[in-house]
Design a protein around this ligand. Sequence first.
Ligand SMILES: Cc1cc2c(cc1C)N(C[C@H](O)[C@H](O)[C@H](O)COP(=O)(O)O)c1[nH]c(=O)[nH]c(=O)c1N2
Length: 253
Amino acid sequence: MNTSAVAQATASVHAFTQEARDAIYHAIFSRRDVRGQFLPTPVPDEVLSRILTAAHHAPSVGFMQPWNFLVVRSQGTKHRVHDAFAKAHAEAAGMFEGDKRAVYQKLKLEGIIESPIGICITCDRERTGPVVVGRTHMKTMDLYSSVCAVQNLWLAARAEGLGVGWVSIFHQADLQEALGIPKGITPIAYLCVGYVSHFYDKPELETAGWLPRLPMEDLVYFEQWGQRDDQQPLIAHLRRDQAAAQRGREAIA
Ligand SMILES: Cc1cc2c(cc1C)N(C[C@H](O)[C@H](O)[C@H](O)COP(=O)(O)O)c1[nH]c(=O)[nH]c(=O)c1N2
């Protein structure tokens, strides 16, 4: 066997079954940021427990596990968070010019009150002391670790049929105050979570004409920053896979 045949055989031993792989990619391609389709249906604790456990199994720099998960269910807390959102949202509209401002004002960018559960995922930057394996030089790695937890939760939630919407239109201090988060802890994501009437087939910002999905071939460089190479066989695969992902979502729709 030549080297690449060995590599292929080794890889396939550890690959999931086709059905399991399809399920993973289905979760990835059909995950959406949900703002407006939340149902009041309660989320059972056993389901909430599964998605939180998935989040806790995210990778983290130096195995730091810098996250906490603050679960919000009361209307009082939700209203405090929504007040913080409303203030920042009003300011945000003024930051966009012309047509963009009008479009921005029409966008629904949160489901804080309607979603049965809010989850704030945080980062404790001091959790394991000042020197962390893998964060010795690039200090933001702990923040990225908490983002990995967000993504794990988001994908697990999709598999459970739950919608998740990330809300980040806050003054950080206002969100911290609304949730009683101490100064040393960084809020990473406020997530609206709940069952939904439907999932859209593509990002709402794409549908609204805000931005299109970028072509993969523009984003992949070879060896040096900025170096594209359309002759690389990988590029043809990327085009095919992007088209397939697109068709997949049409099938889903
Ligand atoms: C860090 C971060 C922060 C935010 C978001 C995402 C991420 C990663 N997104 C969701 C975002 O708009 C959405 O992911 C993209 O538009 C792509 O759509 P899908 O997630 O594929 O549906 C988001 N959406 C929203 O309505 N209000 C918000 O404040 C935010 N904030």
